[in-house]
Design a protein around this ligand. Structure first.
Ligand code: G3P
Length: 219
C-alpha cells in the first residue's frame, strides 16, 4: 500500500521523505497555486527529491485537444510523473488515446463506482476517488471505496485505487482496511497517523522506571 503526500510544499516533503514511508506526491492546481515561483520548477524539484516516487501532476487545460498536448508535455518532464486528468466525459477519448500511448494516468475527481468502471475499462493506471468532498455534502464518501474495490477485483481490472480527499486519520484507517492500493494524505494527517499519545506515555513510564536503577551504561 503506497502513501503519497498531497502537497507541493517542498519543506514538508523533505521533512517527511526521510521516514522512508513516502512513496510519492500528488500535486494539483490548488496546492501548486500556493507556492512561490514557477510550478514547473517545483515539479522538477519534487521529481528529483523522490526519483522512485510516483509524482502526480494535473493538467490545467480545459479543451480536450489542448489537454492532450499539455498531458504529453507534463509526462515528458520526468519518467516518474503520472498525469492527473479529471474524470469528465469530455476527456474520455483523450484518456483512451493517452493510455494507448502508454502515458501513465491518474484520473482525479472520481466520485462514483460508474465513473470508476469507465476509467478501468479505458485501462488507466490510477483512479483517485475523493472521500472528503462527498462528506462536505453530508454523504458517506467511504461507502464507494469497497464498492470500487469489489468492482475492480470482480471484473479483474488492473487499475489501482488511490484514495484521495482524505480529511482524517479515520479515513486513512478505513481506506487501507478496504484494500486501496494507495492513499494521498496531507502532511498533517501523516504526522497524526505516525504518532500516538499512549506510545509517548509508555516511553515516559519506561524511562522513569529505568532511571530508578541509576545505571548509566547499558548494556
Ligand atoms: O489532491 C486531491 C485531493 O486529495 C484533494 O483533497 O481535501 O481538497 O478534497 P481535498
Amino acid at each position: 500500500m503506497k502513501i503519497f503526500l498531497d502537497t507541493a510544499d517542498i519543506e514538508h516533503i523533505k521533512k517527511l521523505a526521510v521516514t522512508g514511508l513516502i512513496d510519492g506526491i500528488t500535486t494539483n492546481p490548488s496546492n501548486l497555486s500556493s507556492i512561490k515561483g514557477n510550478p514547473k520548477d517545483r515539479i522538477l524539484e519534487i521529481c528529483r527529491l523522490l526519483p522512485h516516487g510516483h509524482i502526480s501532476v494535473e493538467v490545467t487545460e480545459l479543451e480536450p485537444e489542448k489537454l492532450y498536448i499539455q498531458a504529453k508535455k507534463i509526462a515528458q518532464l520526468s519518467d516518474n510523473i503520472w498525469v492527473k486528468i479529471p474524470c469528465h466525459a469530455h476527456y474520455y477519448p483523450v484518456i483512451k488515446k493517452l493510455v494507448e500511448e502508454e502515458v501513465k494516468i491518474n484520473i482525479t475527481l472520481v466520485f462514483t463506482v460508474l465513473q470508476a468502471l469507465m476509467m478501468c475499462k479505458l485501462g488507466v493506471y490510477y483512479i483517485s476517488p475523493f472521500i472528503g468532498r462527498w462528506e462536505d455534502l453530508d454523504v458517506d464518501g467511504m461507502q464507494y471505496i469497497p464498492q470500487m474495490r469489489h468492482m475492480i477485483d470482480f471484473y479483474g481490472f488492473e487499475t489501482k485505487i488511490l484514495a484521495a480527499s482524505i480529511r482524517t486519520v479515520q479515513h486513512m484507517h478505513d481506506a487501507l482496511l478496504e484494500g486501496v492500493d494507495a492513499v494521498t494524505i496531507s502532511p498533517e494527517i501523516f504526522e497524526k497517523a505516525i504518532t500516538h499519545h499512549l506510545t509517548d506515555q509508555g516511553i515516559e513510564k519506561f524511562t522513569k522506571d529505568w532511571r530508578r536503577l541509576e545505571i548509566n551504561n547499558f548494556p
